[in-house]
Design a protein around this ligand. Structure first.
Ligand code: SAH
Length: 413
C-alpha cells in the first residue's frame, strides 16, 4: 500500500523561528499550556510559513518549548514539546501516537472499533485529531501548519495502528489557505484508494455508518459514546425525543434500551437519511426492530415549539446541540440559546421524565452550563433532580483547561 502524494509536500524550513514572549505567556508555557497567542510575542527572528518550527525563549534566552508556527492564526504557535528541545521527526510523532493508542486499549473489549485515536492538544498534537473507524483512519487538521509534517505523521500512524486507509479532513480555516495545501483536498485519501462509500463501524456492539469524506466532523460524533450508553440504561418503556439527532447515535441506544418510540429531530436531511440507514443496520436486535420511529427534518427551535403546542409529552428528552459559542463574545448568546432549549425540552418532558442536556461549546464552562440548566428549570417552575453529570470519555482526554468542552446533565424533571 503506498502513501499518496505526501512526498511532494514542501517540508518545513530548516531555519527555526526564534520567538521571545511576555512574562505571563512564559508562565503559561512553563505550566505546559499548548498555545502561544500572537499578542504574547515580544520579539521574533523572522517570519515563517505554516508548519515551520518555532522555538520559544524566556527573558533569559532559556529554551521554553518548540512548536509549529501558523502566521494566520491568533494561536501563532501550537506547542509540541515543552522544557527540552527535540527533533520533530517521524520517530517523535510515532512515540506520541503509540502513547495515545495505548491509552485507548481498554476500548477493545467493549465492542467498539470506532474511537478517537488522537485528541489534539490533549494527546500532544495540537490542532490535529485522528479518528479510527473499523479499518480506516481519518486525520483532521485544524491548521495548515500540519501539512508539512504529514509526510512524517502518516507513516507513524500506520505503524502505530494498522489501517487500510487514511482520509484527510481539513477545517474551514485550513481550506481557506490553498496556497499552503499544495494540492491537498478535504476528504482525499492519503493511504489507499479514494473512499467511495460510507464505512461501517461498531460502537458498544451497535453498527453505525460514517461518511468519512463528507460527514460532519470526521463522520460521527464519537465523543458521545458513553452518554449514549447512559441513555440506553434509562430509556426502557419510554417515548423518547432526540433533538439534534445527527445520524441517530442516541436514537439507536434508546431503542436498544427498550424505548417504545424515538422521535429524531435534525435540520439536516443527509443526517436523517443516514439515521434511517443506521436503524436498518441494527434490525437484528429485537428491541430496535420493535421500536417506533418518527423523523422530523427541521430547525429544532421551531419544531420543538410546534410539538409543545400540540401538547406532546415524552418520557425522555435528549438535547445535544452543535457548539453555540466558538468565541468568547458568543458565550452570552449561547447560554440564552441553551436556556431556550431547556425551556422547550421541559415543556415536552412528562413529569418525572428524564432530561439529557449536553453542550460541546468549550467556551461555556461546565459550572455555568449546569447552573443555567437549573436556573432555567426553576424560573419555569419545574424542579430538576440531577442524577448524573458527565464529562469526557477516555478517548477524549483533557490535558488543559480549554480542552474540557463536553458536558452533559442527566436529570429527572
Ligand atoms: N447527537 C448527535 C450529534 C449532534 S451534532 C450524535 O449523537 O451523533 C449537532 C447536530 O445538530 C447536527 O446533526 C446538525 O445537523 C444539527 N443542527 C444544527 N443546527 C440545527 C438546528 N437549528 N436545528 C436542528 N438541528 C440542527
Amino acid at each position: 500500500m503506498t502513501i499518496n502524494c505526501l512526498q511532494s509536500l514542501k517540508p518545513p524550513s530548516d531555519r527555526r523561528i526564534a520567538i521571545h514572549i511576555t512574562l505571563p505567556a512564559q508562565r503559561s508555557i512553563r505550566s505546559g499550556h499548548p498555545w502561544l497567542f500572537d499578542n504574547a510575542i515580544t520579539k521574533q527572528s523572522h517570519n515563517g510559513n505554516p508548519g515551520d518550527l518555532a522555538i520559544l525563549y524566556d527573558h533569559n534566552r532559556k529554551f521554553l518549548a518548540i512548536g509549529i508556527y501558523d502566521p494566520f492564526s491568533p494561536i501563532r504557535v501550537r506547542l509540541l514539546q515543552h522544557r527540552k528541545p527535540a527533533q520533530i521527526d517521524r520517530q517523535w510523532f510515532l512515540s506520541k501516537i503509540e502513547t495515545a493508542a495505548k491509552r485507548r486499549k481498554p476500548l477493545a473489549t467493549t465492542g467498539t472499533n470506532g474511537y478517537r485515536l488522537v485528541h489534539g492538544e490533549n494527546d500532544g498534537l495540537p490542532g490535529l485529531v485522528a479518528d479510527f473507524y473499523a479499518e480506516a483512519l481519518v486525520v483532521k487538521i485544524y491548521t495548515p501548519a500540519w501539512v508539512p509534517h504529514l509526510a512524517n505523521i502518516v507513516p507513524a500512524m500506520t505503524e502505530a495502528l494498522p489501517s487500510k486507509r487514511i482520509v484527510l479532513r481539513m477545517s474551514r480555516s485550513c481550506c481557506a489557505r490553498p496556497e499552503f495545501l499544495y494540492g491537498l483536498e478535504d476528504g482525499q485519501s492519503l493511504l489507499g484508494p479514494p473512499l467511495e462509500t460510507t464505512v461501517i463501524f461498531k460502537e458498544n456492539g451497535l453498527l453505525f455508518e460514517a461518511d468519512l469524506v463528507k460527514g460532519q466532523k470526521t463522520g460521527f460524533f464519537l465523543d458521545q459514546r458513553e452518554n449514549r450508553a447512559r441513555v440506553e440504561k434509562l430509556s426502557s418503556g419510554k417515548n423518547v425525543l432526540n433533538v439534534f439527532s445527527y445520524t441517530g447515535g442516541f436514537t439507536l441506544y434508546a431503542a436498544r434500551g427498550g424505548a417504545s418510540s424515538v422521535t429524531s429531530l435534525d435540520i439536516s436531511r443527509t443526517a436523517i437519511a443516514g439515521l434511517k440507514r443506521n436503524i436498518k443496520l441494527n434490525l437484528s436486535n429485537e428491541r430496535i426492530a420493535n421500536c417506533q420511529y418518527e423523523y422530523i427534518t427541521e430547525d429544532a427551535f421551531r419544531a420543538m415549539e410546534q410539538l409543545a403546542r400540540t401538547d406532546r409529552k415524552y418520557g425522555m428528552v435528549i438535547i445535544d446541540p452543535p457548539a453555540f459559542a466558538k468565541k468568547r463574545e458568543e458565550v452570552t448568546d449561547a447560554l440564552k440559546a441553551y436556556s431556550k432549549l431547556v425551556t422547550l425540552g421541559l415543556r415536552l418532558l412528562r413529569k418525572g421524565g428524564v432530561l439529557v442536556m449536553a453542550s460541546c461549546s468549550a467556551r461555556v464552562k461546565p459550572d455555568e452550563f449546569f447552573r443555567m440548566v437549573f436556573t432555567t428549570a426553576e424560573n419555569g417552575g419545574r424542579r430538576l433532580i440531577e442524577t448524573e453529570r458527565s464529562e469526557h470519555a477516555l478517548d477524549h482526554p483533557i490535558s488543559f483547561p480549554e480542552g474540557a468542552y463536553l458536558k452533559c446533565l442527566f436529570a429527572r424533571g
